[in-house]
Design a protein. Structure first.
Lengths: 440, 359, 312
């Protein structure tokens, strides 16, 4: 009976937990933002600085400005461990919390994004997927609640090839050259392939694909083929987590020239290069925003939060690439909410109102500067039809200590990408019986 | 006292052989069904239905499938995720290739497709046994997931390799998949399918084929000597188990997440279902449900507990503690009752019979 | 179709013939990677041999040991002290595991013990990361990483160090098993628990010793893998790469783990390099299991496993 009693007690506690709603610590008149980071699991080293950046900026708005237009922000985190089904659970858990439900969701996982796209459209909650997720989501007519700003993988792929051409001295030099593409063998890594193939056909370079299975611990065979057999002129990588540092290390092990190794913006952060040590010197990556702490907003974070002991995470992460990307996500979200408040009044906004805020987002240089982000990135503007904006991208290089820019801003070729996005969105609309919105 | 069968007389063989021969059990079962069919859809919030009940039902079905293979036929398998993936992708191909096909037929056919694959990967079981077989089924696990990720035909040539469920109705305008399906409709559809298949499984394990499985499990050489054909018995276990897993996989893709990539059915999924049947109880249909409930609910409960108590713990620590407690509870339950929750339930019933007397 | 068949049956062999140096490079690279797999598989074998437990937690133990080692290094300890301290942690872990997990589950069916080690896996993953955090950690104990060219064949010096380490470890374990009293007791337990008990071998302390040795092997594996990949959660996943090695070599054979590792490592790399392109790449994962399965069809107990004798 003792055992049965213990089991029964456990079961009762469990039932109580599930049934009871958590204590309403959220103020009624605050804007609720549900966060779904991953601070554990195989991709935690990359997930943590990003999550810290997102949380810190929202906290800064509360501490420094007293909220958005005077409306304080309340948050709750639900750890997904980069698990799609856990992500869905977190989404369902958080979407109706607070006064008006979660303002938006930032999944930081292509898999979770795919699972949420349909749900978010039904629940009218914006999905902010900055530089990842479903590329076709850039077409706001079919995907009103998905925002792929400021760049999609397809823009990234185009910029990567443009940069390679610049280094060679012109697009005409690409003809007959060999480019290797190393990618995470998942929806994330496969997304840019159509654009690479289109560009290969256009410029006549030879594209070789090298998938790497999750999580990417073992890449010796891939790098022997690249470094010793194929010997490509350039290698482009779409990796995430441990795959990045392993790739850099294996590339160095076969003597591959780091100067000709270019990663996407998810393969160019500190956790990717530091484990590789000196081998990573010279490695390059795309970036749509600047690294470092030389921005007023980052200094504010240090002053208002970390100096006062209110920071979310480890102070050493402040100013790293992924931390800054987290800050960028929160900035966009806060500005969208502010936009919505300016139109609908200073109270907690619903997802539908924030969607309007996103669609009328105009991040001019002046606005970026006023937010403490002067020189952080290029200005962009979101419209009803265009949820991507395709901002110019730069290439940064790791010098063994920090990332520095080595190229100018490169504008993605919208005349190539936009029709492809629209075609993909149209196909999706047809499969799902969606009538695209009229954006005129 | 509450649970006494005194005065209940069986007057026919049929009554004696019933699944629930005792009246209290019949009443209990009727109440559970009433709660599941009436109270849940009415009172359950969208969160409950979408993220707890539907995955619970899907996992239960998969756990029944694995329990048939591992619990009843004694063939340890770590390829459950792959067979689920077979079902999911077959269902996607069937519904997109034949848009007029009824969703029920499509689901059952995808189960059949998974069963066919299961038979092929069951062949090594005739020669390899125990943990060696488990690792051989891992070959199926990794190969099939790779195949679905690599061959674009399976995903209708989508660039990212993700499939998503097209909207389908059971009858007329009653949509059960896609965006227009209400959580209630989806839940009730899953519930009905799982209930029917569970009943089928319960009867299967009580019939001659179930006894053959158990004979093979207990000692296959002895079973062979008394005239049970190992080939047919083992392969039928693989086929039927894969059928259940396949249907579960299709339900997962169509009714739970709505969109899946092959990675959703990776090795962790296989392990998760294995935990369910071991915690729930090997060789028990009830155990499949108990185990699924335990594994689905426990992480959710654990992750909400600190918030509930208002403890100021960081998200990362909550996750770490959650994982630790999860592991500890697995060990705890194994020590308390190595034969799973189903056995615990049986002991509990025995105690109820005698209560309040100690003997 | 014809092109595909030629890619499978002709092109790889032509390519091997034409570029023998590259073939040697792939082969050597594969063999050395295989040794790294063996390091992890070795821990599985030790425990299975002595206690019949399929210890799924071996991967988690690798991560756990590496986390402690890296954490001690970061805290400013010299290498030898960090090594000693992490060894103490692993021995303590073995003692606690025997007390809390194994002893109450004596005489349970193997699958229950297997499940218990899965529980242990979760606990170790959570516990290690809660103490040391999930951020990536770097282990740098001065193992050279420069590529070397020997007669035009490119070899990574790190892989050589790993190979030598594994070789020394296996030799040490073999000597330990054959020439010490404890080693003899371990072999006796492995042969027959009851017989060993009846001649006065204390089963429980033997288990503690075996788990400690497996913990130390995990520490070595953790340091080698950790200095190659960085210490983080993904390290626990190397267990999956060790499983095919384990079945191929047989659950009970220490030389089997090494030979299995070499076969799996080499065939995996050759398969990926020569047949991967035709099949679409990333075939390494299932390729290793398929090879292991084919071997098993001929020898159901693995290459060096003890022959399974069944009686009614």
């Amino acid at each position: 009976m003792r055992v049965c009693g213990r089991v029964l007690t456990l079961a009762t506690v469990a039932a109580a937990c599930l049934l009871a709603e958590p204590a309403p610590s959220l103020a009624v008149d605050s804007q609720f933002v549900g966060l779904m980071p991953y601070r554990t699991g195989p991709y935690a080293p990359n997930g943590i600085p990003f999550a810290d950046g997102v949380a810190d900026y929202l906290q800064l708005i509360n501490v420094r400005d007293g909220g958005i237009n005077g409306v304080p922000i309340s948050t709750e985190e639900c750890d997904t461990s980069y698990n799609t089904d856990r992500g869905v659970e977190c989404y369902e858990r958080l979407k109706n919390k607070g006064a008006t439900g979660s303002a938006a969701f930032i999944p930081l996982s292509t898999g979770i994004t795919y699972a949420l796209i349909e749900r978010a459209a039904v629940d009218k909650v914006p999905l902010l997927t900055t530089g990842y997720g479903r590329t076709a989501g850039g077409d706001g007519r079919v995907f009103p609640y998905v925002f792929t700003l400021p760049d999609s993988y397809w823009s990234g792929a185009d910029v990567a090839i443009t940069y390679v051409a610049q280094q060679m001295g012109g697009f005409d030099k690409l003809k007959g050259k060999k480019i290797a593409f190393v990618y995470h063998d998942s929806p994330y890594g496969k997304e840019p392939i159509p654009v690479f193939e289109a560009l290969a056909a256009k410029y006549g370079f030879q594209l070789s694909n090298f998938p790497v299975a999750h999580p990417g611990l073992e890449q010796k065979a891939v790098w022997l083929r690249i470094g010793r057999q194929l010997r490509p002129d350039w290698t482009i990588m779409w990796g995430w987590g441990v795959m990045n540092s392993t790739a850099i290390k294996e590339a160095a092990a076969v003597g591959y020239n780091m100067e000709h190794f270019l990663g996407v913006w998810w393969s160019g952060a500190e956790p990717d290069v530091i484990p590789a040590g000196d081998a990573a010197k010279g490695y390059k990556a795309l970036a749509f925003h600047a690294p470092g702490a030389d921005f007023k907003v980052i200094q504010d974070v240090e002053k208002f939060l970390y100096a006062a002991g209110k920071g979310t995470g480890d102070k050493n992460n402040v100013g790293t690439v992924l931390y800054n990307r987290g800050i960028f996500n929160s900035v966009v979200l806060v500005e969208a909410i502010r936009n919505a408040m300016n139109k609908f009044g200073n109270k907690p906004m619903t997802g539908e109102q924030i969607q309007w805020g996103f669609e009328n987002l105009d991040m001019t240089s002046e606005k970026l500067a006023s937010l403490g982000l002067a020189g952080f990135m290029q200005p962009f503007k979101i419209t009803c039809a265009d949820h991507e904006a395709s901002v110019p991208v730069r290439v940064q290089q790791w010098d063994g200590k920090q990332w520095t820019f080595v190229s100018d801003w490169i504008q993605p070729d919208r005349s190539l990408i936009r029709p492809m996005i629209e075609a993909a969105a149209e196909q999706y609309a047809k499969e799902k019986n969606i009538t695209p919105r009229d954006c005129k | 006292m509450f649970y006494r069968e005194a005065g209940q007389f069986k007057v026919s063989y049929a009554a004696d052989q019933a699944i629930f021969p005792i009246r209290q059990d019949q009443i209990g079962m009727a109440m559970i069904l009433a709660v599941a069919y009436v109270v849940m859809p009415v009172a359950g919030s969208e969160y409950w239905l979408e993220t707890i009940m539907i995955p619970f039902l899907v996992f239960s079905l998969a756990a029944i499938g694995l329990n048939i293979l591992t619990g009843y036929a004694g063939q340890l398998s770590l390829g459950t995720g792959a067979f689920m993936a077979c079902g999911a992708f077959a269902a996607y191909k069937l519904t997109t290739a034949f848009p007029d096909l009824n969703i029920i037929v499509a689901l059952l056919l995808s189960g059949v497709a998974a069963a066919a694959v299961g038979i092929v990967f069951g062949l090594p079981s005739l020669r390899i046994k125990g943990f060696y077989l488990a690792v051989a089924t891992l070959a199926a696990q990794f190969f099939l997931i790779w195949l679905f990720a690599k061959v674009p035909w399976f995903t209708n040539y989508s660039a990212s390799g993700v499939i998503s469920a097209p909207p389908r109705a059971v009858v007329g305008e009653l949509y059960v998949t896609g965006v227009h399906a209400t959580p209630q409709a989806r839940y009730l559809f899953c519930l009905t399918l799982v209930a029917v298949l569970a009943l089928l499984a319960k009867n299967m394990v009580r019939s001659s084929i179930g006894r053959q499985w158990m004979a093979i499990r207990d000692m296959d050489i002895a079973a062979e000597i008394i005239g049970i054909r190992p080939l047919r018995t083992k392969l039928s276990a693989f086929a039927i188990s894969s059928f259940y897993c396949g249907v579960a996989g299709a339900l997962w893709a169509f009714f739970y997440t709505g969109t899946v990539e092959p990675g959703a059915f990776d090795i962790n999924r296989s392990f998760q279902i294995l935990y369910m049947i071991i915690i729930g109880g090997l060789g028990s249909i009830l155990g499949a449900f108990l185990g699924a409930g335990f594994i689905v609910l426990l992480p959710i409960v654990l992750s909400r507990l600190p918030l509930m108590l208002g403890l100021p713990i960081s998200t990362a620590t909550i996750s770490h503690i959650e994982v630790m407690v999860f592991g500890t509870l697995i060990v705890f339950f194994l020590i308390v009752e190595p034969h799973g929750l189903a056995r615990l339930w049986r002991i509990f019933k025995e105690k109820l019979r005698l209560w309040p007397f100690p003997y | 179709m014809e092109g595909f068949l030629s890619d499978i049956f002709i092109a790889p062999f032509v390519s091997m013939w034409e570029y023998p140096v590259f073939l040697v490079e792939v082969l050597v690279g594969g063999l050395l990677v295989g040794v790294m797999y063996s390091l992890v598989a070795l821990g599985f074998v030790l425990i299975f041999k002595a206690s019949g437990v399929f210890n799924f937690a071996q991967g988690a133990m690798v991560l756990f040991a590496a986390l402690f080692f890296a954490g001690f290094l970061e805290a400013g300890m010299p290498v030898w002290l960090a090594l000693g301290a992490s060894a103490v942690v692993m021995v303590a872990l073995a003692i606690v595991t025997e007390r809390v997990v194994l002893r109450p589950l004596v005489n349970q069916p193997p699958i229950v013990l297997f499940m218990a080690t899965i529980g242990l896996t979760f606990f170790l993953d959570g516990f290690g990361q809660m103490i040391w955090g999930s951020d990536i950690k770097v282990i740098d104990i001065g193992i050279p990483k420069e590529p070397l060219e020997i007669h035009g064949v490119l070899i990574n010096s790190f892989d050589i160090v790993a190979g030598v380490t594994a070789g020394l470890l296996v030799a040490g374990l073999a000597l330990f098993f054959h020439y010490t009293k404890i080693g003899r007791a371990l072999r006796a337990v492995a042969d027959d628990h009851q017989a060993a008990l009846s001649v006065g071998i204390p089963l429980q302390s033997i288990w503690v010793i075996v788990w400690s040795v497996a913990g130390l092997v995990a520490l070595v594996a953790g340091i080698m893998w950790g200095s190659s990949l960085g210490v983080q959660f993904s390290l626990a996943l190397v267990a999956l790469k060790a499983l095919p090695v384990l079945i191929l070599g047989g659950f009970t054979s220490i030389p089997g783990a090494i030979v299995g590792g070499l076969i799996i490592g080499a065939s995996e790399k050759i398969g990926e390099v020569y047949w991967g392109p035709a099949l679409g790449g990333a075939i390494e994962d299932w390729h290793a299991y398929m090879i292991a399965m084919v071997f098993l069809l001929f020898r159901p107990q693995g290459l060096f496993g003890e022959k399974i004798i069944e009686r009614v």
